[in-house]
Ligand binder design. Structure first.
Ligand code: PLP
Length: 378
């Protein structure tokens, strides 16, 4: 099955009980048992719910994995995956991960005795330096947020395999439509489904897909034990979103390419980060490991004042946290999504005060470019 067909026919596209072509919202907490322990596969909706299961099977197939899991947010999915580790374990992470990921490892996991090291995972030699005898996992985000750095998934999966590390990839920016980390060697793929998978700024959700039955059993144990499951209504919304993921990603990409090429020629822009530009340091790698470059662009306008001036003038870019929706969104990472990262660390990473991140929507790109033109001219 090709990707576009899989988005429509993947998972279990029909309700097995009624044939309904939209999986019903099983708004239910518990299930009648015919005798003690005799039931139709469902006992309690934290453990399993038919609507959530349909989504979980669907995303597992889209990510070319073995089992999928749906959580109440991207952070809940990340937390569940980190709960596979124990006190005394060490994790290596990409240095410019999502601010919430930075926060959970430095301020929650650290209290539970889990050690972490942040490195530039685009550089192989940094991996060797960060390795410790108690290293158990490698967590990579690619492309990263907000600097769009690209890590070679296949190459470092080999490195991780030889060292028996759990290799986790946050695939939120690329989505299963453009990139499949499990096919490139990852053990677990994570998504903030709040972003492109939901796609319409109306759900907060997280997804995880694993590459083996064994990991599937372990993660299901954690999901059921900790309980941050996605409700049936939101599971249904994600399935609805996934049906048009291909169409939306193609549209985001077309617009993002046009805008990136406009911004690269603008005098008001000091530098621009977009993996689809030949000037991007990992452009060739991005082309090879993903089928598209995505819809996120970041660019530097020189100062926090300039950034706030531009943002005030824009009509079609909504100032908001989040990304991946049909409408274009704009943010200043240093003051918004990445505010939980200390300022010295932000400076080291290159998340400058004048850095603007746009999540390009699916509007007509001519309108978006005109809007940016008038904003940047001022
Ligand atoms: C938003 C985001 C998260 C967190 O997901 P929530 O759904 O907001 O909890 C994790 N990783 C990335 C890359 C994100 O963009």
């Amino acid at each position: 099955m090709r990707r576009k067909t899989k988005l429509i026919h993947g998972g279990n596209p029909f309700d097995p009980h009624t044939g309904a072509v939209s999986i019903p919202i099983y708004q239910v907490s518990t299930y009648k048992q015919d005798d003690i322990g005799v039931h139709k596969g469902y006992e309690y909706s934290r453990t399993g719910n038919p609507t959530r299961h349909a989504l979980e099977r669907y995303v597992a197939e889209l990510e070319e994995g073995v089992r999928g899991f749906a959580f109440s947010s991207g952070m809940a999915a990340i937390h569940a995956v980190f709960s596979l580790l124990s006190s005394g374990d060490h994790i290596i992470l990409t240095d410019d991960v999502y601010g919430g990921t930075y926060r959970i490892v430095t301020r929650v996991l650290s209290r539970l005795g889990i050690e972490v090291t942040f490195i530039d995972t685009t550089k192989q030699e940094e991996l060797d330096k960060a390795l410790r005898p108690n290293t158990k996992a490698l967590f990579v985000e690619t492309p990263t947020n907000p600097l769009l750095k690209v890590t070679d998934i296949a190459k470092i999966s080999e490195w991780a395999k030889h060292r028996k590390l759990l290799f986790i990839v946050d695939n939120t920016f690329s989505t299963p439509y453009w990139q499949n980390p499990i096919a490139l060697g990852a053990d677990i793929v994570l998504h903030s489904a709040t972003k492109y998978i939901g796609g319409h700024s109306d759900v907060v959700a997280g997804l995880a897909v694993v590459n083996s039955e064994k990991l599937g059993e372990e993660l299901h144990f954690v999901q059921n034990a900790t309980g941050a499951v996605l409700g049936p209504q939101d599971s249904w919304l994600l399935m609805r979103g996934l049906k048009t993921l291909g169409l939306r990603m193609e549209a985001h990409e077309e617009n993002a390419r046009a805008i990136a090429s406009y911004l690269s020629g603008s005098d008001a822009v000091l530098c621009i980060h977009y993996p689809g530009l030949p000037s991007h340091p990992q452009h060739e790698l991005a082309k090879q490991q993903a089928r598209g470059f995505g819809g996120i662009i970041s660019f530097d306008v020189g100062s926090a004042d300039n950034a706030s001036r531009v943002i005030k003038l824009l009509k079609y870019f909504t100032l908001a946290e989040s990304l991946g929706a049909v409408e274009s969104l704009i943010s200043v990472p240093a003051q918004m999504t990445h505010a939980s990262i200390p300022s010295e660390r932000r400076a080291q990473l290159g998340i400058t005060d004048g850095l603007i991140r746009i999540s390009v929507g699916i509007e007509d790109y001519a309108d978006l470019i005109e809007d940016l033109e008038q904003g940047l001219r001022a």
